[in-house]
Design a protein around this ligand. Structure first.
Ligand code: NAP
Length: 297
């Protein structure tokens, strides 16, 4: 994009707020979508200092931009400044997408959508009726586990280093979807998970294995997976984490977090613009961005 020619007084603006934001792939993703669609819309990252969230949000509202993404560490704190919060964001307890309309802020969480859509597309089936183990209880795990519950998983097991957070997530799921969820504890000896052959889907939603700590995994080297099961990692850098390598050795279908991050981003774009991206355009963006991201990371 030639900014000198393409950004004019009519150009609409979407922002990303967080701290840090330098690592984010969202500017490339959203500006790629605008380029594909020929939309006069630019996406810019803005680092917001700690204790300045409220003033930043008031500023974004005052300058009448279309909306913004919210990333770490403000996804939870932002909720108190939002006028209307979607049911998904309310349950997950985090907002990652805000649309500004008529002077009001509308908050959404598109991570759940991103997970479900990528899971459905990449497995060719869905999560309905499956026994799912989610390892982790942070933001990604909450979106994934609540998404699995909302889309008909048979049973959801939550495993997390900090048990209180796992208990909190189990309680949220059970109070909204019936007695679906329970705690899963690591074997005492090494605190890594190893008896995984009772699950249809095993999901790593911890940061263990993310670049640069690529040797880490929440799963023991001795772990046993059901060869017919699916291993899903929310991490997309590296594209094949140690967890996915371990599962692949047992014959599992493996899926990384790239689909989730791309689909959640496209959903946010649709929320801001009111557009529904045609399937063909979505596929093109997906392929071009996949190539782009793995040559840049
Ligand atoms: P978060 O809220 O900070 O949660 C981190 C999770 O990892 C917690 O469950 C934490 O356990 C666990 N964890 C961290 N270090 C650990 C360790 N040494 N041993 C055991 N558990 C550990 O982060 P998040 O936003 O959920 O992100 C988690 C991962 O998902 C990251 O790699 C992120 O890049 C990825 N992600 C991907 C997408 C996507 O669209 N693909 C979206 C969001 C996040 P405790 O609770 O015990 O601290």
């Amino acid at each position: 994009m030639d900014i000198a020619k393409s950004v004019t007084g009519k150009t609409k603006v979407i922002a990303l707020i967080g701290n840090p934001i330098e690592h984010s792939i969202s500017p490339q993703l959203h500006n790629t979508i605008s380029k594909y669609l020929g939309k006069d819309l630019i996406y810019v990252p803005l680092r917001v200092e700690h204790d300045e969230l409220e003033i930043a949000v008031r500023g974004l509202k005052a300058i009448n931009i279309e909306g913004f993404n919210v990333t770490i560490p403000y996804k939870q704190d932002i909720i108190k400044y939002i006028d209307e919060v979607s049911w998904e964001a309310r349950l997950i307890g985090a907002v990652n997408t805000v649309k500004i309309s008529g002077g009001k802020l509308y908050g959404y969480n598109t991570d759940m959508y991103g997970f479900i859509r990528s899971f459905n597309e990449e497995t060719g089936t869905g999560i309905r009726g499956r026994r799912v183990l989610v390892i982790g209880a942070g933001g990604a795990a909450r979106s994934i586990a609540i998404g699995a519950a909302a889309h008909g998983a048979d049973k959801i097991y939550i495993a997390n280093r900090t048990k209180d957070k796992a208990v909190d997530l189990v309680n949220i799921i059970n109070s909204h979807f019936g007695e679906l969820a329970c705690i899963y504890e690591a074997e005492e000896a090494d605190k890594a998970y190893s008896c995984l052959d009772e699950f249809d889907v095993v999901i790593n939603a911890t940061s263990l294995g993310m670049y640069p700590e690529i040797q880490a995994s929440p799963v023991s080297e001795k772990a046993v997976f059901d060869p017919n099961s699916i291993a899903y990692d929310a991490i997309y850098n590296p594209p094949k984490t140690r967890f996915l390598t371990q599962a692949e050795r047992h014959g599992c279908i493996i899926i990384n977090g790239l689909g989730m991050v791309l689909h959640q981003g496209i959903k946010a774009y649709e929320i801001w613009t009111g557009l529904v991206l045609p399937e063909s355009v979505r596929k093109e963006i997906f392929e071009s961005f996949k190539n782009y991201i793995y040559t840049c990371l």
